[in-house]
Design a protein around this ligand. Structure first.
Ligand SMILES: Nc1nc2c(ncn2[C@@H]2O[C@H](COP(=O)(O)OP(=O)(O)OP(=O)(O)O)[C@@H](O)[C@H]2O)c(=O)[nH]1
Ligand SMILES: [Mg+2]
Length: 360
């Protein structure tokens, strides 16, 4: 254990022992900021051992990573829902590298990545932890795969990902920090109930922000403020899958679902594989946008793009010149009040829209 890890443990112990209330929340906020800084130092000091990472290129319309303990059935799932063939076996660490597959679903091509099993301590480099976490960080969705009879795995995995600075199913904090060299610190916030303005200011000071404007647009926690100031957090959505449902009775399986909100499946006996594909598709919030040229019918193959694309996003995806040469767009479908309504670059499109772009 490095000095940093030791210190982190100590502070974590202290937080555990301290009861959380109005009188101690400030102190706890400060301790959390300390931990965060120590983690960063620990990471920098162990950079040499960070590993190469797996050489798999992103492809398709979105990338999904299957994460779970060894032998929970990640590779079996990959083989079921994609065109890939990843080796499966009854012993742990069957998969040693990153195996990609493509899932064809509702005219989207979704890349699914199978990686080695993740174990406790992965965020500090245990197993192929660093490499797996690097793959997760580059994904658009994390599918957490657990044994349906071992639900504790889910919390452990989430903890490891959290310690690796990955934030699952959280929105990015709504905070703007504009630093200045002098003039004092001005903090504007909405009503805070989870922390206090004093704690916010003390944390800012801890991060050496002594002058400038800070605007906090949410009822923030100390953790989320620290996340903003650290700046290296990745926000990804997740889906929990409970595999091997064939090994439990229906009642037991229902109970597991109630406790975790996970999707029960059996890769081995191909149960709920269609539901899994649908759940992945829904979680990715992909939208289909049909392109149309003036005077012609729309293309039958849509452009697939992650949620809430603006007209500008579509232009950028098509050609780097399109934004500069843009005049207006005509839109048919859910986001238009009437067929062929005209919009500018900032208009947000919806799934199923057809768009015609008029250039200069
Ligand atoms: N009963 C049952 N067994 C399954 C199911 N899915 C996978 N298995 C078995 O579980 C074992 C491990 O499956 P893998 O797909 O290799 O697991 P993995 O998560 O990829 O494992 P690692 O690559 O070692 O991390 C194999 O013996 C599979 O046949 C399932 O739905 N039910
Ligand atoms: Mg495997």
């Amino acid at each position: 254990m490095t000095v940093y890890e030791e210190r982190i443990r100590e502070i974590e112990e202290e937080i555990k022992k301290t009861q959380y209330n109005k009188a101690t929340e400030h102190h706890i906020g400060m301790l959390k900021a300390k931990i965060s800084q120590l983690r960063k130092k620990h990471e920098l000091s162990s950079k040499k051992s960070a590993g190469e990472g797996f050489a798999v290129k992103k492809s398709g319309d979105a990338t999904v990573c299957l994460v779970g303990f060894p032998s929970v059935g990640k590779s079996t799932i990959l083989n079921r829902i994609t065109n890939a063939e990843s080796r499966t076996a009854a012993y742990a660490f069957t998969t040693l590298t990153c195996i990609p597959g493509i899932m064809d679903y509702r005219s989207a091509k979704i890349q699914v990545l199978d990686v080695p099993g993740l174990i406790k301590g992965a965020s500090l480099g245990a197993g192929k932890g660093k490499e797996v976490i690097a793959v997760v960080r580059n994904s658009d969705l994390v599918v957490i795969v657990a044994d349906i009879f071992n639900l504790k795995q889910i919390d452990t995995l989430k903890e490891e990902l959290y310690n690796a600075n990955i934030r699952l199913d959280e929105e990015k904090p709504s905070v703007t920090v504009k630093q200045a060299t002098r003039g004092g610190l001005h903090v504007a916030t909405v009503k805070l109930t989870k922390t206090t303005i004093e704690t916010v200011k003390a944390i800012l000071k801890e991060y050496k922000i002594n002058s400038g404007n800070v605007l906090i647009r949410e009822d923030i926690t100390a953790e989320r403020l620290i996340d903003v100031l650290e700046g290296n957090r990745t926000y990804i959505s997740s889906l929990t899958v409970l595999n091997k449902m064939d090994l439990l009775t229906k009642e037991q399986a229902d109970d597991a679902v109630r406790k975790t909100n996970g999707l029960p499946v059996s890769a081995e006996s191909s149960r709920n594989m269609q539901e899994l594909k649908e759940a992945i598709y829904q979680k990715l919030r992909l939208v289909r946008i049909y392109l149309k040229e003036h005077g012609k019918k729309a293309d039958s193959e849509p452009l697939i793009i992650r949620s809430n694309p603006t007209v500008e996003d579509i232009c950028r995806k098509l050609h780097r010149d399109f934004v500069n040469r843009f005049k207006y767009a005509k839109v048919w479908g859910p986001s238009a009040k009437y067929p062929g309504e005209r919009f500018l670059l900032d208009h947000t499109l919806k799934d199923g829209d057809t768009i015609e772009i008029k250039l200069r």
